[in-house]
Design a protein around this ligand. Structure first.
Ligand code: ATP
Length: 328
C-alpha cells in the first residue's frame, strides 16, 4: 500500500508556542484517518501544513513519496473542506461547486457537467440553481464536499466538517461521509475533537496533545490499549486507577485503566466495593462504586439486577482488562 501522507519530524512554532512538536506520521492511500485531540492540540496546524496553507518550522512533509516543500496548495492534489464551508453566498450552488474548475480554465460545459456529477455524489442533484442561503446546514455541508470532490483530489482534508451540525444530522453525515469515502477510495484526513466521531468513522486515529502525537492506532487499539493517562482519559470512559491501587492489583508501579464494561459483580471472590450511585442509560445501567478509596464506573446490561445505593458488593474483572499506563 502506497503512503499518501508522510510527516517526518514536523514542528511548527509560533514564537514560543510549539503548536506542532516533532510529529512523525504515515497515512496510507485510501485510509480514513482521524486526527483527534482537545482544542489547541495542533490538529488544524498539521492539516494546514499538509494542505500547503502553512509550513513546518522544521521537518519534512511528503505526499505520495514526493516532498512538498515549497509546493503551493493548488499543486498538491489535495483539497480541504473547512468547518464553516466557506461557500460564496452570491454564487449559486453549481457555480460554487464549479469554482475551482473555472479558476483552472476548464470550459463552461465541462464545468457544469462535472459540478452536476459532484452534486449527485453528495445526493444534491437538482439543487444547482439554489443559493447557499436557501439550503439547510446539512445541504451546505454537502455542497462544500462536492466543491472539494469536483477537483478529483487524491487526498481530502476535512477540518471539523460536521462541527456546525446538530447531533442527529451529524450522525447521519458521519454515515454518509464514510460511505462516500469507501466508494471513492480517496484518502480522507479528518480533524475532530469528538472521540466518538473518530472511533466510529476512522480506520486509524492519531491522538494529539499539546502539539505532540501521543498515540496512533485503530479505534480498537486506541480504545482497548490506551498508551498513557491522557489517551485513557480522553478516549472513552475508562476508570483510571492510581499507581498506589494498581500496584496492589497487578504489582506494577504505574497507574492503570479499567473499562467500566470490563467490571462485573460477583457473589464471592473479587474485591469489596460500595455502591455510591446508579443511573439508567437505556440499554445499560451505570453504577458508581468505591473500591479502596477510588471511585469506579461499572457498566451493566439493563437486565441484570442492580444492587441499591449503599450496598456492599464484590467486583471482579479479567486481568487483561487492567492496562498499565505511562504517566506522560
Ligand atoms: P481546535 O480544535 O481548537 O481547532 P487544534 O488542535 O486544531 O485546535 P491548532 O489550531 O493547530 O489546534 O493550534 C495549536 C496551537 O497553536 C494553539 O495553542 C494555537 O493558539 C497556536 N496557533 C495556531 N495558529 C497560530 C498562529 N497563526 N499564530 C500563533 N499561534 C497559533
Amino acid at each position: 500500500m502506497q503512503v499518501a501522507v508522510k510527516l517526518s519530524g514536523v514542528s511548527r512554532h509560533f514564537e514560543e508556542v510549539r503548536a506542532v512538536d516533532e510529529v512523525d506520521l504515515e497515512i496510507a492511500e485510501g485510509e480514513f484517518f482521524a486526527m483527534l485531540g482537545p482544542s489547541g492540540s495542533g490538529k488544524t496546524t498539521c492539516l494546514r501544513m499538509i494542505a500547503g496553507f502553512d509550513h513546518p518550522s522544521s521537518g519534512e512533509i511528503s505526499l505520495f513519496g514526493q516532498s512538498v516543500v515549497g509546493v503551493p496548495p493548488y499543486r498538491r492534489n489535495v483539497n480541504t473542506v473547512f468547518q464553516d464551508y466557506a461557500l460564496f453566498p452570491h454564487l449559486d450552488v453549481a457555480a460554487n461547486v464549479a469554482y475551482g474548475l473555472m479558476i483552472r480554465g476548464v470550459d463552461k460545459a465541462t464545468r457544469m457537467r462535472q459540478a452536476e456529477e459532484a452534486l449527485s455524489l453528495v445526493r444534491l442533484s437538482g439543487y444547482g440553481k439554489r443559493k447557499p442561503s436557501q439550503l439547510s446546514g446539512g445541504q451546505r455541508q454537502r455542497v462544500a464536499l462536492a466543491r472539494a470532490l469536483v477537483n478529483k483530489p487524491r487526498i481530502l482534508l476535512l477540518d471539523e466538517p460536521l462541527g456546525a451540525l446538530d447531533l442527529k444530522l451529524r450522525e447521519q453525515m458521519q454515515e454518509e461521509l464514510k460511505e462516500l469515502q469507501r466508494s471513492l477510495g480517496i484518502t480522507f484526513v479528518f480533524v475532530t475533537h469528538d472521540q466518538g466521531e473518530a472511533l466510529s468513522m476512522a480506520d486509524r486515529i492519531a491522538i494529539f496533545n499539546l502539539g505532540k502525537l501521543v498515540q496512533t492506532g485503530t479505534p480498537t487499539e486506541i480504545y482497548h490499549h490506551p498508551r498513557n493517562l491522557f489517551v485513557a482519559d480522553f478516549v472513552g470512559s475508562s476508570n483510571i486507577l492510581p499507581a498506589s491501587l494498581a500496584s496492589k492489583l497487578n504489582g506494577r508501579e504505574s497507574p492503570a485503566s479499567l473499562r467500566p464494561e470490563a467490571i462485573r459483580i460477583v457473589g464471592e471472590g473479587g474485591h469489596p466495593a460500595t455502591v455510591l450511585g446508579q443511573s439508567f442509560l437505556g440499554a445499560t445501567r451505570r453504577l458508581t462504586v468505591e473500591m479502596d478509596g477510588t471511585r469506579l464506573n461499572v457498566l451493566l446490561p439493563n437486565q441484570v439486577d442492580t444492587p441499591p445505593v449503599g450496598a456492599e458488593i464484590r467486583i471482579a474483572w479479567d486481568n487483561e482488562s487492567l492496562h498499565p499506563l505511562e504517566e506522560v
